[in-house]
Ligand binder design. Sequence first.
Ligand code: FAD
Length: 381
Amino acid sequence: MTQNYDIIIFGGGIAGLFIASRLQRAGYNLILIEKDRLGGTQTLASQGMLHGGQKYALGGGGNHATSIAAMPARWEACFAGQGEIDLSAVKFLSAGQVMFPAGSFFSSLSVIAAAHAVRGRVQRLQRGGYPAVLQRGPVYEMQEKVLETKSLIAALAQNLKGRIFRGEVQEIAPDGRVVVSGIPLQAKAVIFTAGAGNETALSLLQIKEQHTQRRPLRQIMVKSLPQALYGHGIVGQPKPRVTVTSHPLSTGGYVWYLGGNVAEEGAKLSAAEALAFAKKEMQDIFPHLDWEQKEWASWLGDRAEPFDAEGQLPPGPYIQQRGKVLIAWPTKLTFAPALADQVFALLQERGVSPSPSTASPLLDEAEIGHYPWEEAQWQRI
Ligand SMILES: Cc1cc2nc3c(=O)[nH]c(=O)nc-3n(C[C@H](O)[C@H](O)[C@H](O)COP(=O)(O)OP(=O)(O)OC[C@H]3O[C@@H](n4cnc5c(N)ncnc54)[C@H](O)[C@@H]3O)c2cc1C
């Protein structure tokens, strides 16, 4: 017996869960199918920074800086329980991020230049107000939140209780028929928000043109640091030399999770080489901290994005369509509300309207995944 739904969503990262929550609120009869664990590949591995555009205004972001600037207000309304969905249970690691010099005297000038580029949106901190691990200024603060992404995934999953299942897609047809773990299903619209798994949808639909790109990163993890830091270490180039977020350990202290240039360069190296490179960078950027008695690990993964002819960060969320199937990428966690807007607009255009719920237990429930540092293989180097 084929089961019928308004919408079937594949992929339980931020994109799928956010869109599903919005559609459920609008009364759509939907289910979400996750192949593995919720928060899956990129969302729980991300740095959880809710960008307001400041970082991208520093260079290399182009259109991104403008379009992303509208996002924080949307998220803030959700965190206050007054937005398009209820995210009042979400927790934050930090209310803001800093920009700090990550090199010689000239990097201080770069920080001042960067702050000038986004003037009015950053605030210069007094020396006594620097994060404890920073000894040298100037340091500027940007009011861009850092999320505890697991609490975000948990809040969204709570909104969707009874509608999220674990399953494997085997067949997809442009008319909305799909087979999941042997079960035939039919929907008025099928939405793929499966990150790198969107490639599966494209291949099952026999779409041959290139719609995707992957940009690898090797995030570095180091523990344990006694204090937290959330921010971007700036040198001459627009991309930060390092972007640091900090995640509390149950044993005390923090894991520092390192992105930025450290992670971009690390993706070109072996794991051992990347750790050695990261250690050298950290010794250079934070010479007053002890990097010898630490444990290190790395997470190698892809940013799965819509195709950009120059292989750069695409300007914003994107949807590819084939019949009743929408294949969607948020491009950034921060862009999830904008991607949901695009989905809504397409459903309205196609006259897909909500009908009474028939969601019933179908498969096992999907569970929430792990942070990279919870599964890392730690080593001393
Ligand atoms: C290291 C890193 C740091 C980042 N930092 C930030 C940041 O600070 N701020 C920001 O805004 N953005 C950040 N990003 C980008 C952001 O994480 C991603 O744009 C966003 O998480 C993508 O969400 P998604 O739901 O599309 O994909 P994912 O989070 O990858 O979720 C896709 C889900 O689909 C599932 N899946 C795969 N195949 C199938 C299938 N066939 N059927 C069903 N399910 C399937 C996967 O298991 C997974 O759970 C970062 C990305 C990376 C990699």
